[in-house]
Design a protein around this ligand. Structure first.
Ligand code: SF4
Length: 390
């Protein structure tokens, strides 16, 4: 059984489930409209909101950084982490964008993915094929075979047995870890609160068990207020077909207690340090781009993938990893440039179903059309990439 069968099974499971969630909780689509307005406000005034978020993070005792590109982000993180450490990773797409796991391993750390899909990819060396379910291309049969071959644990081709084997293997890694690194679903500019949703419980362990928590996220994840951040996690999880999410994690600075004479001291049971790295890597340039700015509204729900005939036909390998699918073509242009995004954009058939499915109503077909036009111009210019990376 191959990749196409795995994706077919995932689409068949996810699409009806998401439809019934949106029917049952109609307020979610109203929240999505309000969230779009709030995110547009941030993208139009990105410098102001980045500055405000950094100040809010520092006010709650977190350390905040703005990284211009992947190299700067890796350097900030290696400065915090050093070498010879145990690091657990919650699923972070921005981490994959900058090759974080490979980098931290190369400088002498023991690094473990703790999200089940990411963990399976770490064991196989495969690339992610979906933004919410990165091992979407893997059948249960292959996942069981990987667990047996790489971990020496005999499991049946059964999702529950596979999850339990990963749980047993990863359990002590959480408690041995010196650092926990996660992404973020939203960062509230008014308070510096970071929100993360999940169902596995691995992010909860990763954010609380190690003594230091590092958040690595893109600047487009900033929303004006904590109210909007809450809104984002509800909308994202519903459109991802996982509603209500099992866990919503809110991190607002290091752990502390004021139980003795109301004197606040830190740490308590959780981390003593929280570091938040806000990554630009093409985002602020895209925010000023008349075509690409709208792609920054993406909340990574993964719904456009399931409704796209091209993504399904290409077995999830459409786009530059980790940015695959319709959103991935847009994000390949933002992060890696038109010359990388162009060949992927050329495969789009403009079915238009992605725009219909998208909670942010991003005009994905029009953006992909614009990427095609820029790519054709670029190629007409002999592929001189300096001329047009917009
Ligand atoms: S483009 Fe829209 S549908 Fe696709 S992942 Fe982003 S928010 Fe979800």
């Amino acid at each position: 059984m191959g990749v196409d069968e795995a994706i077919k099974r995932a689409v068949e499971a996810n699409v009806p489930r998401t439809m019934s969630i949106l029917e049952k909780y109609p307020y979610v689509t109203e929240l999505a409209k309000e969230l779009r307005r709030a995110k547009e406000e941030v993208i139009r005034n990105l410098d102001y909101y980045v500055d405000k978020t950094i100040k809010s993070l520092e006010a709650i005792g977190a350390r905040a950084y703005l990284a211009r590109d992947g190299e700067e982000a890796r350097s900030i993180i290696s400065g915090i982490v050093g070498k010879g450490k145990v690091i657990v990773l919650g699923k972070t797409m921005v981490g994959a964008e900058i090759g974080l796991r490979e980098y931290l391993t190369s400088i002498g750390n023991e690094v473990w993915e703790t999200d089940l899909g990411e963990f399976l990819l770490q064991l196989t060396g495969d690339k992610p094929t979906h933004i919410v379910a990165p091992a979407l291309h893997m059948t249960r049969e292959r996942a069981a075979e990987v667990i047996k071959r790489k971990l020496g644990i005999n499991v049946k081709a059964d999702p529950s047995e596979i999850a339990q084997a990963a749980r047993r293997f990863l359990r002590d890694k959480f408690f041995r870890a010196d650092f926990g690194i996660t992404g973020a679903n939203a960062v509230a500019a008014d308070t510096g609160a970071v929100l993360l949703i999940e169902n596995e419980g691995n992010i909860r362990f990763t954010t609380v068990s190690p003594p230091v928590h590092i958040v690595l996220t893109g600047i487009e994840k900033i929303v004006p207020t904590l109210h909007h951040a809450m809104m984002e996690v509800l909308v994202q999880s519903a459109y991802a077909g996982l509603y209500p999410p099992t866990y919503v994690n809110l991190v607002a600075g290091p752990s502390s207690t004021a139980d003795v004479e109301q004197t606040r001291v830190s740490p308590s049971h959780g981390p003593r340090e929280v570091h938040v790295i806000l990554l630009d890597n093409g985002r602020s340039k895209a925010a000023k781009d008349e075509l690409l700015w709208e792609a920054l509204l993406c909340i990574r729900c993964g719904r456009c993938h399931f409704h796209c005939p091209v993504y399904r036909a290409l077995d999830g390998s459409w786009g530059e990893s980790p940015y695959v699918g319709p959103m991935g073509v847009m994000w390949t242009a933002i992060v890696y440039g038109i010359e990388k995004a162009g060949p992927h954009a050329m495969l789009c058939m403009h079915a238009g179903t992605c725009r219909e499915a998208c909670p942010m109503k991003i005009n994905i077909p029009e953006i992909i059309q614009g990427i095609k036009a820029r790519y054709v111009r670029l190629m007409g210019n002999g592929g001189m990439v300096h001329e047009d990376r917009r």
